[in-house]
Design a protein around this ligand. Structure first.
Ligand SMILES: Cc1cc2nc3c(=O)[nH]c(=O)nc-3n(C[C@H](O)[C@H](O)[C@H](O)COP(=O)(O)O)c2cc1C
Length: 350
């Protein structure tokens, strides 16, 4: 498991293997790949992907070093499972449409779920046009004793219910649905049915499974409350990495207001532009219980398979522990709004 491969080697290999699909930029901000959906970029002008990164960068943290915190413990418990760090692998799928088959669907799912498993956390798997996409994720779940969370597309309810059943049979920890894929261009290109869900449709889906259900793609407080009312166990505050709708706010712009009405009632996850430990700290301070990482782990998978994903997660964990020490947080429960700094810009405070 410890092959000794370095992160720079992983990134170099990924750059070679991914070609024009992802340039593995030194700063991953959605600018070079703007409009590249299918692919790794953001939709349209790329503004939503860019805003995710910029919004997170504009959040500043208070450094505190006069305290007794000598060691930081960043582990959490999620649905009764111990996680070494508050970071999960985001669902990333569609090897054929997004990656022109430069990686196999199962190879990708196996690397993501396996790398998360090795790092002591949980990976999510995705869904897409063809049946092999979701099925590859389910096979990866079987390979790791069910320690993963499959996320389905918002297709017809009867199809989702069968997919939830397959997840139960694979021993999944929970299931998810990325409701924000309702009008996703990739789904249209593949001729797959997907659309918004009414409150009744959502309730039917949540009632159909004994597993906790996570609704991914919530960007407003009213929809967070709606998910709670329908019996969801968690939400992911997410704009799908800026891949579904141009000109949305960044996730860090809305996270605290979306989390506020449901905090403590639902598990609040968030993703979009999280690449380093300090980004995780910021999201937790804004109200998330944990975050998902998508593109950075995908680069790990391309450059080093399961080991590459583990390496990226280990790096984020050590950065987070350092960030916690330097902000006086001994555990994730200590990370709160007091960690965030108010910055003077011109005449106003933000
Ligand atoms: C190539 C690619 C494929 C994705 N496939 C899925 C998917 O199948 N299901 C899903 O819910 N989200 C999918 N996503 C969105 C990610 O789960 C995540 O929300 C997004 O990438 C934001 O995180 P990031 O900024 O860390 O990449 C995909 C993202 C990318 C880049």
């Amino acid at each position: 498991m410890t092959s000794g491969i370095t992160l720079s080697e992983i990134r170099k290999r990924a750059r070679e293997r991914m070609g024009q699909i992802c340039r593995v930029c030194r700063v991953c901000d959605g600018r070079v790949c703007a409009g590249e959906v299918p692919g790794m970029g953001g939709i349209g002008t790329g503004a939503s992907f860019m805003r995710n990164v910029d919004a997170l960068a504009s959040v500043k943290v208070n450094m505190r070093t006069l305290h007794g915190v000598k060691e930081a413990d960043c582990s959490i418990s999620l649905f009764g499972h111990h996680l070494a760090l508050p970071v999960l692998g985001a669902p990333v799928a569609g090897a054929k449409i997004n990656f022109q088959e430069l990686i196999g669907e199962y190879e990708l799912a196996h690397a993501m779920v396996g790398g998360c498993f090795d790092a002591g956390t949980i990976g999510m798997t995705g869904d897409g046009g063809g049946p092999n996409v979701y099925q590859s994720g389910i096979e990866a779940l079987h390979a790791f004793g069910g320690r993963a969370i499959p996320v389905v597309k918002p297709g017809p309810n009867n199809q989702i219910i069968s997919k939830f059943k397959a997840a139960e049979d694979a021993g999944a920890i929970a299931v998810g649905m990325d409701v924000d894929a309702a009008g996703f261009v990739n789904m249209r290109l593949l001729g797959a049915e997907a659309g918004p869900k009414t409150e009744d449709e959502l309730k039917e889906l949540i009632r159909s499974t004994k597993l906790p259900v996570i609704i991914k793609g919530i960007m407003t407080p009213d929809e967070a409350e709606l998910a709670a009312r329908c019996g969801a166990a968690g939400i992911v505050v997410s704009n799908h990495g800026g891949r579904v709708l141009d000109h949305t706010p960044g996730v860090a712009d809305v996270l605290s207001e979306v989390a506020k009405p449901v905090k403590g009632e639902l598990i609040v996850l968030a993703d979009g532009g999280v690449q380093r430990g300090v980004d995780v700290l910021k999201c937790l301070a804004l109200g998330a219980d944990a975050v998902l990482v998508g593109r950075s782990l995908t680069i790990g998978a391309f450059g080093g398979g399961r080991e590459g994903v583990r390496c990226v997660l280990n790096k984020i964990q050590s950065q987070l522990e350092t960030a916690m020490l330097l902000t006086g947080c001994a555990s994730t429960a200590d990370i709160g709004p007091h960690v965030l700094a108010r910055i003077r810009t011109g005449e106003s405070w933000i």
